[in-house]
Design a protein around this ligand. Structure first.
Ligand code: SAM
Length: 286
């Protein structure tokens, strides 16, 4: 059912973005909407209460988090069908972006209940906008798996992605995640580490994945806070003609002395280049 078919008397679900650190990023419209609705469904009501107190907003809160989303959804749907409007917020940034709310929004769309965004901060877009990496195509992967083996498998599957890769990461795993990124995607691949965006200790580092991993490992302060990790697309190095030429020269030399597989493996280790691509290139050169 499209939004045009929403019947009168049904409320609206507002999906409202909140600051990712700096309260100054809370929009005027977000404030107005949170003031005007009957209820605010919040990931953590204690957290959101502090925001509401700061702005003197007295709207009642109800919890909607990953452990109660299905039950909370029924409650919100009943309110919406009864003609009351509800706002959905998460602890920080845009709801549904690595945050709860998907079940509720999907149900509203299914039932033809109007869902309206109140856009604002999201760590993903904020980091991308300052990373200096290509933004025409990017792929957001949320949090990487916690287990090393699963994480490396996931990264391996993304090696050839032609989009900028974006991940969220926590302080507990940033060091091991950066080490895996450098190892699996290649130490020379460029990346960006956006830490504590919009907060007092905001820091945006760029460099090769090996450099970034080293800087994180070398300084405990660099492992504090919240992180967005961005990685340049695989093509970035392939389209660099000079690097391609150097890789070709190296491959030709190695192919003179070694079997193809060994030559490719060594070239990949020496250049940090993509193994599959080097393999294809070695076949062409041979
Ligand atoms: N919905 C949020 C959004 O739109 O950005 C993301 C919620 S997710 C549960 C939390 C993760 O987002 C953090 O672990 C971190 O990776 C990232 N994040 C949130 N705030 C951040 C900030 N100020 N600086 C860097 N990363 C941040």
């Amino acid at each position: 059912m499209s939004q045009q078919s929403v019947s009168n008397g049904v409320g609206t679900l507002y999906v409202v973005a909140t600051p990712i650190g700096n309260l100054g990023d809370f929009s005027h419209r977000a404030e107005e909407v949170l003031r005007s609705v009957s209820c605010i469904a919040a990931e953590d009501t204690r957290h959101t209460r502090r925001l509401l107190q700061h702005y003197g907003i007295g709207t009642p809160l109800m919890p909607l988090h990953e452990h109660n989303e299905a039950r909370a959804m029924e409650k919100v749907m009943a309110m919406l069908r009864g003609g009351e409007s509800v706002a959905l917020v998460s602890d920080a940034g845009t709801p549904l972006v690595s945050d709860p709310g998907f079940l509720l929004v999907r149900e509203c769309r299914r039932q033809g209940v109007k869902v309206s965004p109140v856009p604002g901060p999201s760590a993903l877009v904020a980091a991308l906008s300052v990373s200096g990496l290509p933004t025409d195509r990017f792929c957001f992967h949320g949090f990487l798996p916690r287990q090393r083996h699963a994480r490396r498998e996931k990264l391996d599957a993304l090696r050839n992605s032609s989009a900028t890769l974006v991940f969220y990461e926590s302080s507990h795993r940033i060091e091991s995640a950066m080490a895996d990124l450098a190892e699996v995607l290649g130490p020379q691949r460029r990346g960006c580490l956006a830490r504590e965006l919009t907060k007092r200790h905001e820091e945006i580092l760029d460099g090769t994945l090996a450099e970034l991993a080293e800087r994180v490992a070398a300084d405990a302060d660099r492992r504090r806070g919240e992180f967005v990790v961005l990685v340049a697309p695989a093509e970035a190095s392939a389209t660099d003609g000079r690097l391609e030429l150097e890789a070709d020269r190296l491959l030709l030399l190695l192919l003179e002395e070694l079997p193809l597989k060994q030559a490719v493996s060594l070239a990949a280790r020496l250049t940090g280049g993509n193994k599959n691509r080097l393999y294809q290139r070695a076949l062409e050169l041979r």
